[in-house]
Design a protein around this ligand. Structure first.
Ligand code: GAL
Ligand code: CA
Length: 340
């Protein structure tokens, strides 16, 4: 009798210690590792808003994240993804350099059996999101930013008759576009101008320039050149598809001693300061904080084999884009303080 009890007790203890051991081993093994990148650390919005929140929120969620700088080169990103696959990361969170190169990354991830969350630059190849069951997108509805920016500009144009400097009833504008082929750049360029046309206001584009890096330097160089060009005195409006380029244009205007109506997108901290100082007429909040959080939440669920939005409030579009889209918000001199 005594012996039997002893043996049972021993077995129970052994079983407990085995469970304890394996639970420990699993705890270490189970830390989810995210392999991520940013298309360029030189980008104001990506590096200033998205990267810090990806890092902060990953830590809050108890996962590891490594973020590589792709330095504006798709080849570099492809190689970084190869390294992440060798390291056997649990999930990839990728900011394409070239939005037309999604297929390459999706194929790599699929072959390695690693789930993939694309963010910020939406794939442009048709149906490419359906080439794998384990790929999703987190970003925005690109057109929405242009529509909001356009509406803001139309309202201000109507409220300020003196903005039509030559009195011809037409908006003579210049456009800083950003990256050609980037869905955000293309949609903003189209929609902001369309808002005037839809409101029955004629438009005339005096100049447009593109820049794959959306940079402040580019905004400064182009604006400075435009101001001293033959049409320099005819510019009535400066449309910038992001704040970074607007910062450069503002600097160029100050240097030339002019203050033309100017609008951006992103609502970076510096943009809010320019609004406060009366140097920027409006911007559109590009909510990188929530885009970063959604990217991490989807990635963790994907790594755990869950439905990607499980336990979250994110809404996944079921129209083939497999996208979570975070809304844009208008930022004007009347409400900018709410965003500081
Ligand atoms: C846009 C943003 C730009 C730039 C770009 C990079 O959404 O407005 O400022 O960061 O993403 O892909
Ligand atoms: Ca005019």
């Amino acid at each position: 009798m005594k012996n039997r009890f002893f043996i049972i007790a021993m077995i129970a203890m052994l079983a407990l210690s085995v469970v304890g051991l394996s639970a420990n081993a699993q705890a270490e093994d189970d830390t989810i590792v995210i392999g991520a990148n940013i298309y360029s650390f030189a980008d104001n919005f990506m590096n200033g808003v998205m990267k810090p929140e990806l890092e902060r929120y990953a830590a809050e969620r108890g996962v590891e994240i490594e973020i590589a700088d792709s330095e504006g080169q798709q080849d570099k990103l492809n190689a970084q993804v190869d390294i992440y696959m060798t390291k056997k990361v649990d999930v990839l969170v990728i900011n394409l350099v070239d939005p037309a190169a999604a297929g390459t990354i999706i194929a790599k991830a699929k072959a390695a059996g690693i789930p993939l969350v694309l963010f910020n630059k939406e794939a442009t190849e048709a149906n490419i999101m359906n080439s794998s069951d384990a790929v999703w997108f987190v970003g925005t509805d690109s057109a929405e930013s242009g529509i909001i920016q356009g509406q803001m500009m139309v309202n201000d144009w109507n409220a300020n008759p003196d903005w039509d400097m030559n009195g011809d009833g037409t908006v003579q504008y210049v456009m800083l576009k950003g990256e050609p082929g980037h869905p955000d750049a293309e949609a903003r360029t189209r929609e902001s101008v369309k808002a005037f046309v839809d409101a029955g206001i004629a438009v005339e584009q005096l100049a447009q320039e593109a820049d794959p890096n959306w940079s402040t330097q580019h905004g400064n160089d182009k604006m400075a050149a435009w101001l001293t060009s033959a049409f320099g005195n005819n510019i009535e409006l400066v449309i910038c598809n992001n704040d970074g380029m607007a910062f450069g244009a503002i600097t160029a205007m100050k240097a030339a001693g002019v203050r033309l109506p100017i609008y951006g997108v992103d609502a970076l901290a510096q943009a809010l300061t320019h609004v406060a100082d009366g140097e920027l007429d409006g911007t559109v909040l590009n909510d990188g904080v929530n885009q970063a959080r959604a990217s991490i939440d989807l990635a963790i669920n994907a790594a755990m084999g869950n439905e990607v939005t499980e336990g979250t409030d994110w809404i996944l579009q079921t129209n083939g884009s497999k996208a979570v889209r975070v809304p844009y918000v208008a930022v004007t001199p009347a409400n900018y303080e709410d965003f500081r």
